[in-house]
Design a protein around this ligand. Structure first.
Ligand SMILES: [Zn+2]
Ligand SMILES: [Zn+2]
Length: 285
C-alpha cells in the first residue's frame, strides 16, 4: 500500500459529505481533482527519487532536516509545476486569490521553493515574511505549500519507511519522519486502544500517549477531555483546557480494519466537527 489514492476514499464519502454539509459541491470537486493530481505526482516523484540520503537521515528524529535537503533538477522541476497547477485549481475555486507574484518569483528565484518548505517545517517567522513578500495570506500559502510538497514527502516516506508506524524512543507530537504537525488522530480499539497521530504533510503515523495534549504536552486529565459527535460516536475532538486547542480524532471500532480509514480524507469530510470545536472556543493546533 503506502501510497493511498485519496480520491478513491473521498468518492466513497460523497453521500456522507453532502448529507452533513461537510463540503460544498465545488469544494468536493476541488479536492477530488487535487487528490488525483497528487496521486499521479507521488508516483512520478517516487520513481524520480534515486537517492533518499540526499534528504533523509534515519539516525535521528525528525529524519528530515530541512536545511540539509537537496533535490535533483527533475524533482525541482516537478515541484515548480505543482505550484502552478495547484495555484490554478485554487484560483478556479476562489477567483479572488492571486498567486501571480509568487509564481513569478518561483521562476526567477532558484531558492524560493526550498525556503518555503524549510520555513513551513521549522514553523518560524520566515514563513509569514515569505507570504507577505508575495502578497498572499499566510493561511493561503500554508495550504498551497502543504499540498504542493505532499506528493514529494509521501513519496520519500514511502521509499524510506514503507508503512512503518513504530518509532522507538519517539514520544513527541511532531512527525518522526518530516517534523511536521499532525492533522488528525486515531484510536484503534483492535490495538489496545492505542492512539496514533497522522502527519499533515507526509502522512506518516506514529503512536502518541492517550492522555496528553498534542499542542502543549499537558497531561493533567482534569483539563483534558473530548466531545463525540452525536450522530456517529466514532468521530470526536479531543480538547485541552490549558492551551485551548483541539485535535480531531476517529475511534476505530474493533470490528473495523483500521487500514480502511484514510485520515487525510477523514479530516476533510469532518469539517462540521471543526466548526463545533471552534464554536466552543477551541482553536486548531
Ligand atoms: Zn511527516
Ligand atoms: Zn494543551
Amino acid at each position: 500500500m503506502t501510497i493511498i489514492n485519496h480520491n478513491e476514499h473521498l468518492i466513497q464519502y460523497k453521500d456522507f459529505v453532502f448529507k452533513n454539509a461537510a463540503l460544498s459541491e465545488d469544494l468536493f470537486s476541488f479536492y477530488s481533482s487535487l487528490f488525483s493530481l497528487q496521486y499521479d505526482s507521488t508516483q512520478i516523484l517516487k520513481s524520480a527519487i534515486t537517492d533518499t540520503t540526499l534528504v533523509v537521515d534515519t539516525t535521528h528524529y525528525p529524519m528530515i532536516h530541512p536545511q540539509n535537503m537537496q533535490f535533483t533538477e527533475e524533482v525541482i522541476a516537478h515541484i515548480k509545476k505543482l505550484f502552478k497547477e495547484i495555484a490554478t485549481r485554487i484560483i478556479q475555486f476562489q477567483p479572488g486569490y492571486s498567486f501571480d507574484i509568487l509564481l513569478s518569483n518561483l521562476d526567477t528565484r532558484q531558492e524560493l521553493y526550498k525556503e518555503i518548505i524549510t520555513a513551513l517545517l521549522l514553523n518560524d517567522s520566515a514563513f509569514e515574511a515569505i507570504a507577505r513578500e508575495n502578497n498572499i495570506d499566510t493561511d493561503e500559502l500554508v495550504f498551497l505549500a502543504i499540498n504542493v510538497y505532499k506528493p514529494l514527502f509521501v513519496a520519500l516516506r514511502s521509499a524510506v519507511l514503507d508503512d512503518k508506524t513504530d518509532f522507538p524512543e519517539h514520544f513527541d507530537a511532531f512527525c518522526p519522519f518530516c517534523g511536521f504537525i499532525p492533522d488528525m488522530a486515531k484510536i484503534v480499539e483492535s490495538k489496545n486502544n492505542k492512539r496514533f497521530l497522522h502527519c499533515g504533510l507526509c502522512e506518516c503515523e506514529w503512536e502518541f500517549k492517550r492522555v496528553k495534549c498534542v499542542a502543549c504536552g499537558n497531561e493533567n486529565a482534569e483539563t483534558l477531555g473530548y466531545y463525540s459527535w452525536e450522530l456517529d460516536e466514532k468521530y470526536r475532538f479531543d480538547y485541552c483546557n490549558k492551551c485551548n486547542t483541539y485535535i480531531k480524532t476517529i475511534r476505530i471500532p474493533k470490528q473495523h480494519d483500521a487500514a480502511q480509514f484514510d485520515l487525510t480524507v477523514e479530516n476533510i469530510v469532518t469539517t462540521f466537527i471543526d466548526a463545533s470545536a471552534l464554536k466552543m472556543g477551541y482553536s486548531r493546533q
